[in-house]
Design a protein around this ligand. Structure first.
Ligand code: NAD
Length: 341
């Protein structure tokens, strides 16, 4: 019997095509209501979801006997009951590597927007004003950039910003093998503590996952360590910053400006909304991964990971599979377990 996959959220066609051409039966039903999903999930070996579908214990139990894997085309796994999946031996995958370029480019776009006050400049033009005299910016060249979290996205930001002539400091929890090459290529220096980075950087950008250790890792104490007039950018997760502390620092002028793509509450309410509405904040509605390329890659990688899983489980014979788009082994990649989408 051919393996069967149900896709329950909108997905770029590349992944659907990859699965079908490998001999997998694919039902594409984006937006399927919860009750219907409950009724049909037991007919599938795997689900592909994005952020909308809630893969609850009830859904996983309804799939018992056949459902072997759930793949989130995207980063966060907060819509999947990971405990239930583990108990029911349902493998969970995601595709965090798909959005690296998109998030890194957004980070640099936000940095440039703040440096040249582009949102304000554009708004003033639309209002029929010629605000040239108000729009004195600064250059990124020669500034010190502090990158907190030096993984996929942090390293890509370093690559782009080294080309802009920035001096780069990076801080991460561990020093993995192979980091020397990227440090040499970007000229980035790994610092020994978060405090060292915060005290030295003109611009600080956050690229850590949201975990119990990183929740509010930037609070009143850390902001006090930053330079007067420093700039903070967050394209990681809202909870990494204590938003009340950031709001005060922006209103009181300790920090010159901030750019935020992510908020503790999304869509923003309360303090998150107050922050987004400050004149010295550039805010975007969690668009880090919203590029055509990132969506296409997430879809293709989701299909690729499922195909590899089906093969390893003997659900798919190697002979009917076409050549894969990537020759990298995916076996060692574990699902990421951060809690926000
Ligand atoms: P990654 O796992 O490759 O890198 C994370 C880095 O954070 C690693 O260097 C790790 O050592 C470091 N880190 C973890 N805990 C730490 C701690 N307590 N102190 C210091 N460093 C710590 O992840 P990535 O692909 O670079 O993504 C980074 C984050 O970006 C994601 O976790 C996600 O939250 C966010 N993201 C946002 C969007 C968006 O739409 N804005 C899209 C994709 C990812």
């Amino acid at each position: 019997m051919r393996p069967a996959v149900l896709i329950t959220d909108p997905l770029h066609p590349s992944g659907v095509e990859a699965l079908r051409s490998a001999g997998v039966k694919v039902d594409y039903r984006p937006g399927i209501p919860h009750e219907e999903l409950l009724a049909v999930v037991g007919r599938y070996d795997a689900l592909i979801v994005r952020g909308r579908t809630k893969v609850t214990r009830e859904i996983l139990e309804a799939g018992r006997g056949r459902l072997r894997a759930v793949c989130r085309a995207g980063v966060g796994l907060d819509n999947i009951d990971l405990g239930a999946a583990k108990a029911l031996r349902v493998r969970v995958f995601n595709t965090p590597e798909a959005s690296t370029e998109a998030v890194a480019e957004l980070t640099v776009a936000l940095m440039l927007s703040l440096a040249r006050r582009l949102p304000y400049a554009d708004r003033s033009m639309k209002e029929g004003r010629w605000a040239k005299k108000e729009l004195m910016g600064f250059e990124l060249k020669g500034k010190t950039l502090g990158i907190v979290g030096f993984g996929r996205i942090g390293q890509r930001v370093a690559e782009i910003c080294s080309a802009l002539g920035m001096r780069i400091l990076a801080y991460r929890r561990t020093r993995p093998l192979g980091i020397e090459e990227v440090l040499a290529r970007t000229g980035a220096r790994l610092v020994g503590s978060l405090e060292e980075l915060l005290r030295a950087a003109d611009i600080i950008t956050l690229h850590v996952p949201l975990t119990p250790q990183t929740r509010h890792m930037i609070g009143e104490r850390e902001i006090a360590m930053m330079k007067e007039g420093a700039i903070l950018i967050n394209t990681s997760r809202g909870g990494v910053i204590d938003e009340e502390a950031l709001y005060r620092a922006l209103v009181e002028g300790k920090l010159a400006a901030a750019a935020l793509d992510v908020f503790e509450e999304e869509p923003p309410r309360g303090t998150s909304l107050k922050l987004a509405q400050l004149p010295n904040v550039v805010a975007t509605p969690h668009i880090g991964a919203q590029t055509v390329e990132a969506q296409e890659t997430a879809s293709r990688l989701a299909a690729q990971k499922l195909l590899e899983f089906f093969r390893s489980e003997g659900l798919l014979r190697a002979s009917i599979d076409p050549p894969q788009t990537s020759n990298k082994s995916l076996k060692s990649r574990r699902p990421r377990t951060e809690r926000h989408s």
